[in-house]
Design a protein around this ligand. Structure first.
Ligand code: GLA
Length: 385
């Protein structure tokens, strides 16, 4: 199989000038905490989207995806609005967001190849946005801080596609570190520290194969619930700006001031922030079993409080409690389908994967895709040729 650079050259008749790579990410713990300015433990993964690009005179941009063979062409004069269900939106949206920052990109030819699973909860869209952010950065000499590049990608989702997501996906794709989890604070927008996974454990991703579509889902409604809960809590506790500022006890004490649904949504987010901080301490102390229990607690809170699980994800998490080597599991990412993550003893991982796949097929009639994940490095770009 020829390289992406060679395939670009064969397709466009000239070599590419830059190669950018951006990984997918896994949300390890801290579900729906990012837009509540809370804490998340995440990592970049070794699955990544690679983009090669060469600038072109004029306003025409040509794209080729070698994963499915599709091609897109658009003019820089024609990006004001997104197209219906079109993957070029992620690239057009980056250009749109850059213009808002008074940054212009020129025409180009680009090709991509990705092994990040699509629409599963591993942020294939953030990987695509970030790969193009970095390719544009190098090609058109754009000087923005790394956090601002994450905001450009988030802006594509928020402003171009109307999905009110937080900063987690793009941030993790940019700031991820090889062989480590990162603990991020989404108030100060920084990586607080890297956290090791015990050497004898790994994360097994089990895709329920029930695809979510966040754009059409209840994601935005969940965010509104969180914000209305925070506004009511701010009246009781001066100084509260977001759910990040509320402790588990404060929330319990103020229960009567919230609608029952708002209380459960807030309980999920406040509980997740607490679990993330406790989870980091457990990991730093090498207590994988204790950390795994927090993953199960997190899933239970998703199921009951945040209602962003599905029957299939619940089955996968229930199965995780019965298979040797399984230390904990939860849904990961926005929810409403997609992947679950499983903390598994390294020596048991193969048998664990086989057993859960077989049991899931028996229960749901579907073959789950399974990926044994190692934490990978964040996005990068370099000149080639
Ligand atoms: C999606 C969003 C993120 C984050 C997670 C849930 O992945 O894009 O911003 O809110 O859901 O934690």
């Amino acid at each position: 199989m020829s390289t992406l650079e060679e395939r670009f050259a064969a397709h466009f008749g000239r070599p590419p000038a830059v190669l950018a790579e951006a990984p997918g990410r896994l949300e390890i713990l801290g579900n729906h905490t990012d837009y509540n300015q809370g804490f998340v433990l995440s990592c970049a993964v070794s699955c990544r989207t690679r983009a090669v690009l060469a600038p072109a005179a004029g306003k025409i941009c040509r794209l080729k995806d070698f994963r499915d063979g599709s091609e897109k062409t658009f003019s820089l004069d024609d990006i004001a609005a997104p197209l219906h269900r079109d993957w070029s939106n992620y690239i057009r949206g980056v250009i749109f967001e850059l213009r808002k920052r008074n940054v212009r990109v020129g025409g180009f030819d680009a090709a991509i190849l990705s092994d990040v699973p699509l629409s599963a909860g591993m942020s294939s869209s953030a990987a695509l946005e970030t790969a193009f952010c970095f390719a544009f950065k190098e090609t058109f000499e754009i000087n923005l801080a790394p956090e601002e590049w994450a905001r450009v990608g988030q802006g594509v989702e928020n402003n171009y596609l109307g999905l009110h997501t937080g900063l987690l996906d793009q941030f993790s794709s940019i700031f991820g570190r090889e062989h480590a989890l990162i603990l991020s604070d989404f108030r100060t927008v920084e990586v607080l520290k890297t956290v090791p996974l015990p050497d004898d454990c790994l994360i097994v991703v089990v895709n329920s194969m029930k695809k979510h579509n966040l754009v059409d889902s209840e994601y935005n409604v969940r965010r509104e619930d969180c914000e209305s809960a925070a506004a009511k809590l701010a009246k009781i506790y001066p100084g509260v700006r977001t759910l990040r500022d509320v402790s588990v006890k404060q929330l319990e004490d103020a229960r009567a001031a919230l609608e029952e649904r708002e209380f459960r949504r807030a309980a999920h987010v406040v509980g997740e922030d607490d679990r993330v901080l406790r989870g980091c301490e457990l990991l730093c102390a090498g207590d994988a079993a204790g950390f795994g229990r927090l993953l199960w607690e997190s899933h239970e809170s998703s199921r009951v409080n945040f209602e962003n699980s599905t029957a299939e994800l619940d089955i996968l998490v229930e199965l995780s409690k019965t298979i040797p080597g399984g230390l904990g599991a939860r849904l990961s990412g926005g929810g409403f389908g997609g992947i679950s993550i499983h903390l598994v003893k390294r020596g048991s991982a193969d048998a664990y994967a086989k057993t859960i796949r077989k049991a899931y097929r028996e229960r749901c009639g579907v073959d789950a895709e399974i990926i044994c994940c190692e934490a990978g490095a964040g996005a990068s770009v370099r000149k080639i040729g």
